[in-house]
Design a protein around this ligand. Structure first.
Ligand SMILES: Nc1ncnc2c1ncn2[C@@H]1O[C@H](COP(=O)(O)OP(=O)(O)O)[C@@H](O)[C@H]1O
Ligand SMILES: [Mg+2]
Length: 240
């Protein structure tokens, strides 16, 4: 479980988020929604430990990540990875080099083992025979899959997907959503998804958290979210 307690995050004297409280459970899929610019990416980057909050705690499976020593933090952070908005592949490296990077950095596996793990993970995300292609030669959907293979290479327990289908056409977006679900059902990699894709929300959302004006204004089930009478939520839904 990930517990977010009284989190306030800001930059240069301006708070982006204030007193954020919610939990992420392993037994359901959490989707975070809210208008563009409301602080969703900032929130998940803080959960990932990339930003330090002004106040509050992020507790991952019992560990308060901002009070850990470096080494412990590194261990806990392996529980949680993130698929960034955009794919964040390194353009100067080919697919194999991109996907294998965390293995070379964090494990002692032999080159042969690394090769096997990389090909296995690429197959898992539905890619074959593209090991030596450069990111510039790949479509948007393929880049996402490569980034996903890299994100799961160290067997995380949680994965944050920051707008995983934004910019993809509906068919490819649907495939990515199915892949997120497959990784959850078959490999227990718990997804936390930021999305505007109402199709994704309806098909795989279980728990919805909505941010509005620096605060959480909804934290509940998908059906309660769909039936909400809160005008701010209805207005947001009307946009889809
Ligand atoms: N590193 C940063 N330094 C200063 N301000 C930032 C930084 N990152 C994001 N912000 C600001 O925080 C706000 C929320 O941004 P973001 O989390 O990216 O929104 P969302 O992902 O919901 O579209 C924006 O006003 C943005 O300009
Ligand atoms: Mg964002």
């Amino acid at each position: 479980m990930i517990e977010i307690k009284d989190l306030t995050i800001g930059f240069d004297g301006n708070n982006v988020l204030e007193n954020i409280n919610f939990n992420i459970h392993k037994n359901n899929i959490t989707i975070i929604v809210g208008q563009s610019g409301c602080g969703k990416s900032v929130l998940v980057k803080t959960i990932e430990g990339l930003y330090k909050p002004l106040n509050g705690k992020v507790i991952i499976d019992g560990y308060d990540i901002f009070s850990l020593k470096r080494k412990q933090l590194q261990q806990i952070r392996r529980k949680l990875t993130m698929l960034f908005q955009g794919s964040a592949l390194l353009d100067s490296l080919n697919v194999y080099q991109n996907v294998s990077l965390p293995l070379f950095e964090h494990t002692e596996f032999s080159e042969k083992d690394i090769y096997d793990i990389v090909t296995e993970k690429l197959e898992l995300v539905g890619l074959k025979d593209i090991l030596y292609k450069m990111p510039s030669e790949l479509s948007g959907g393929m880049k996402k899959r490569v980034a996903l293979a890299r994100a799961i290479i160290l067997h995380p327990e949680y994965i944050i997907y920051d707008e995983p289908t934004t910019g993809l056409d509906p068919i490819i977006a649907d495939e990515i959503n199915k892949l997120i679900l497959k990784l959850y059902k078959n490999f227990k990699i718990v997804p936390i998804i930021i999305t505007h894709d109402f199709d994704c929300i309806k098909k795989i959302g279980e728990k919805i958290v909505m941010i509005h004006d620096k605060k959480i204004i909804f934290d509940g089930t998908l059906s309660d979210y769909k039936n909400s009478h809160d005008p701010r939520i209805k207005k947001f839904q009307g946009k889809y």
